[in-house]
Design a protein around this ligand. Structure first.
Ligand code: 5CA
Ligand code: ZN
Length: 419
């Protein structure tokens, strides 16, 4: 399906710093040693109630990754999915009396608009689950062939669903590093079905769900049905990026089971080593201390803030005020601080001449390249703005240079307020 329009990313003079990121699997922060074409997959939305600030924070985090890779001279092959066929979508469609497909299409459109508003760089391949059923069917076939998947005995409840043997890869658990107890808890909480009778083990993950009454279905050798969740991202990523791609990303709530199983499925199907080199997770955004989620309903939506006159750069600055790996809350105080900051930066940039931009831009790059230290990066620009507003005019082209760097590297627009 189509992606969204790309903002222009200006080139930044000076030298880029190589990007270092924290990898959940190894627990280490190290250089992303990508080839000329860096390959990144980021899990997309389940399109039924978007885009809240938690979603925005996660996609903005990977937008920074993208921008830093570009700055370092890479081309980026970015792939993102939408989970446009899944239980929560059906439940919302049923509640609202709309067709699930229409709901998914409408919400995906809204998401695209929100991403464009926030000046998020679009994926090259934006892929709906419903577009890739054949890829899933093929991969489930590979897993069955290799003996790493099995069909549940239909005598149990009438449905011969296909499941993945969770221990089929020798190092299952390497991605999240969860203990068995943590796995059991997270699996039950995040879309798993530990109590489904007929499975060999409670942690085995659904690959193909045979059609239940009222549910959409597609043909397969195991009967009409629909894909499980993890196999979808596994197939979409592998078929576009290959194995051993650079970055698999998402929110921290996806570390287990979703990313663990996406990786394990692809590794078991191909026997070709690891799925991704880095597993990168953005922490959770809450509202006044409680995790923001569609199921809890405590949402602040991007489009509502924007409609209230909050400019996109202020949303970006509010979310970037904390580090991406730190759970944090949105609040009026965060919003006020971001507004004040955007105002200071704009006033400083508008002076034209200002404090030394070369040093500020180098420091900004260094902070961002160090595992996206956005609090440090904002502090660098704050100091430059403070010095400039205090009267330092030593660098005649400073305003434009800093505005360009802040635009390219942080996605923050300091020109005329837009939209
Ligand atoms: N479609 C699946 C991924 S394949 C999914 O998790 N969709 S989602 O709509 O529930 O979430 C989309 C992205 O937003 C995921 O990366 C998720 O981890 C992230 N996300 C959801 N809630 C929050 C939150 N409160 N804070 C930060 N990120 C969040
Ligand atoms: Zn995913």
């Amino acid at each position: 399906m189509h992606s969204w329009p790309s903002p222009v990313v200006p080139a930044v003079p000076g030298e880029a710093a190589p990007l270092r990121l924290h990898d959940t699997a190894s627990g280490r922060t190290s250089e992303v040693a990508a080839d000329r074409v860096a390959r990144m997959y980021v899990c997309g939305i389940t399109p039924y109630d978007t885009t809240h600030l938690g979603h925005a924070a996660t996609y903005l985090t990977f937008d920074l990754v993208y921008r830093l890779l570009l700055d370092a001279g890479h081309e980026v092959h970015y792939v993102q999915n939408t989970t446009d066929v899944d239980d929560p979508l059906f439940e919302r469609a049923e509640r609202d009396g709309v067709d699930w497909k229409e709901l998914g299409d409408r919400e995906t459109d809204l998401f695209r608009e929100d991403m464009e508003t926030l000046r998020v760089l679009p994926p090259r391949d934006y892929v709906a689950a419903t577009e890739t059923i054949d890829e899933v069917v093929e991969m489930v076939g590979e897993l069955l062939e290799r003996g790493t998947a099995y069909v549940v005995d239909p005598a149990v409840d009438g449905y011969a669903d296909v499941y993945y043997r969770h221990r089929a890869t020798p190092d299952f658990g390497y991605e999240s590093n969860y203990t068995a107890a943590e796995m059991a808890e997270a699996f039950a909480e995040r879309g798993g079905d530990p109590d489904r009778a007929g499975k060999e083990h409670p942690l085995d993950a659904l690959l193909w769900r045979v059609q239940r009454p009222g549910e959409p279905s597609w043909p397969s050798p195991w009967g009409a049905g629909r894909p499980g969740w993890h196999i979808e991202c596994s197939a979409i990523a592998r078929n576009r990026l290959g194995m051993d791609f650079d970055i698999q990303g998402g929110g921290s709530d996806l570390a287990f089971p979703h990313h663990e199983f996406s990786a394990a499925h692809a590794e078991a199907a191909t026997g070709e080593g690891r799925f991704a080199r880095f597993y990168v997770h953005a922490a959770m955004i809450g509202l006044d201390g409680v995790k923001m989620s569609k199921s809890l309903g405590n949402l602040v939506r991007v489009r509502e803030l924007h409609a209230q006159g909050v400019e996109p750069s202020v949303i970006r600055l509010g979310l970037a005020a904390g580090h991406y790996r730190q759970d944090r809350s949105w609040s009026d105080a965060v919003l006020d601080e971001a507004r004040t900051r955007a105002g200071n930066w704009r006033r400083a940039v508008d002076r034209g001449a200002g404090a030394d931009a070369t040093a500020a831009v180098a420091d900004l790059r260094a902070r961002l390249a160090d595992d996206l230290d956005t609090p440090g990066a904002l502090a660098v620009v704050d100091s430059w703005a403070d010095a400039t507003l205090a009267g330092d005019e030593s660098d005649p082209g400073a305003g434009e240079a800093v505005a360009t760097a802040v635009d390219a590297l942080l996605g923050v627009w300091l020109g005329d307020e837009r939209g």
